[in-house]
Design a protein around this ligand. Sequence first.
Ligand SMILES: Nc1ncnc2c1ncn2[C@@H]1O[C@H](COP(=O)(O)OP(=O)(O)OP(=O)(O)O)[C@@H](O)[C@H]1O
Ligand SMILES: Cc1ncc(COP(=O)(O)O)c(N)n1
Length: 273
Amino acid sequence: MTEIAKALTVAGTDPSGGAGIHADLKTFQEIGVYGMSVITSVVSQNTLGVKSFVDLELDFVESQFDAVFEDIAPDAVKSGMLSTPEVMASTAKKLKEANVAKYVLDPVMIASSGHALISETARETISKELLPLATVVTPNLPEAEALTNRTIKTIDDMKEAGRILVEGYGAKAALIKGGHYEGEADDYLYDGQTFEKFSAERFDTKHTHGSGCTYAAVITAGLANGKPLYEAVKDGKAYITAAISNPLNIGKGQGPTNHWGHRWSDVQSTIKV
Ligand SMILES: Nc1ncnc2c1ncn2[C@@H]1O[C@H](COP(=O)(O)OP(=O)(O)OP(=O)(O)O)[C@@H](O)[C@H]1O
Ligand SMILES: Cc1ncc(COP(=O)(O)O)c(N)n1
């Protein structure tokens, strides 16, 4: 009997359902992989912003990893909000102990509402502990700037940041996302050999809360399903573009993306919208 692919997300929570663990699990379910989660921080946030968060005790985070790994081997792992150097180091340790071969590192630093989700000192730990384990790292522009200590103003700067993350810090590949750039929503993937561009029209919408989480979750699900990285990113770009271009108009602020967006016309005929 064939087994369904399994993906694990290591991240923080969003009670309003658009980002973090919630976005990841919804996405895994939509793609058709079995979703699991290790929660690092409980965040009080909604579409208007982050109010506060509590980091779970390190022992308890590690205990969640052990609970998953002693029972079920994920085919791919994604990490999002890891707010302290200690939880980053623990995550690195647990991924190594479990011989996780496919790891998507979304280096979450600041929520789109402007709130810091990691401590200042944590940036160095991402580079030292996590980048060398990453199958792909998926920074947005401010995250790519922080990780490479460079200002990014042009497409060439984006590509150079990708090169540094791979050749300088040891990630197998880097996907530099252009959501914060001008013009088209273009992202650049560098795998140590070539650059691939993933392009989409930029939609005039405020409903992009959790778009980075969702995109990385599709990539993780694709890798869990055995797809090559290029195909997983291509699917991710199509999924996130559909999720952004079919907004649900939920919440008073920057609303969530639409996790049904990729099959929206089918869904609209079966549920009440
Ligand atoms: N207005 C938009 N229209 C189309 N695509 C967009 C738009 N905004 C972002 N994207 C795309 O969404 C994906 C996520 O990009 P972004 O650079 O915004 O990541 P992020 O900042 O980590 O996301 P977030 O913090 O909102 O979760 C990328 O593929 C980007 O090109
Ligand atoms: C738990 C958690 N993880 C990640 C994000 C980033 O998402 P966004 O930048 O869209 O707010 C978030 N807001 N909350």
